[in-house]
Design a protein. Sequence first.
Length: 156
Amino acid sequence: MCISVHCYVFRQISTLEKPCSGTAYYCFKSTIRPNWDDVNNVNGGRWAIDVSRQEVPVLLDFYWLSLLLALLLDRFGELDDCICGAVVRYKRKRCKVSLWTREIEGETLSLIGEVMKRELLLTDDRKLYYEKHENARFRSDSHIKPLLQIPSVSTV
């Protein structure tokens, strides 16, 4: 796709300055459904960053649009085959921007997190974490232990 088409699509995306609680936006590859049961997602996971309600007016829109632009401009390079799509979810207490991946592990998984951190201009005090869909899907509370975390990447 040429850059003018990318720019047109990017301009059509609405900003998230005042979304309603419970709103979610999805941007997935055309052959992948944005749910855990899709064969491409079932054993995968997501890199995610939480944004508090106080930060929403500035950061949520920036992170979401930066992630979409990184995907459109192929900033993930060869890692793109491992990526399923992106999600932004607006909730009452906090919001989440996430990048969904296929079943991957090790260095490839860490590299995707590093690219996401770079493209979203995340500082070291901002927690970017990876969680498997199977853990997130069946959790009983809103906090589960992440599989990986950046900047200090450590396996759990």
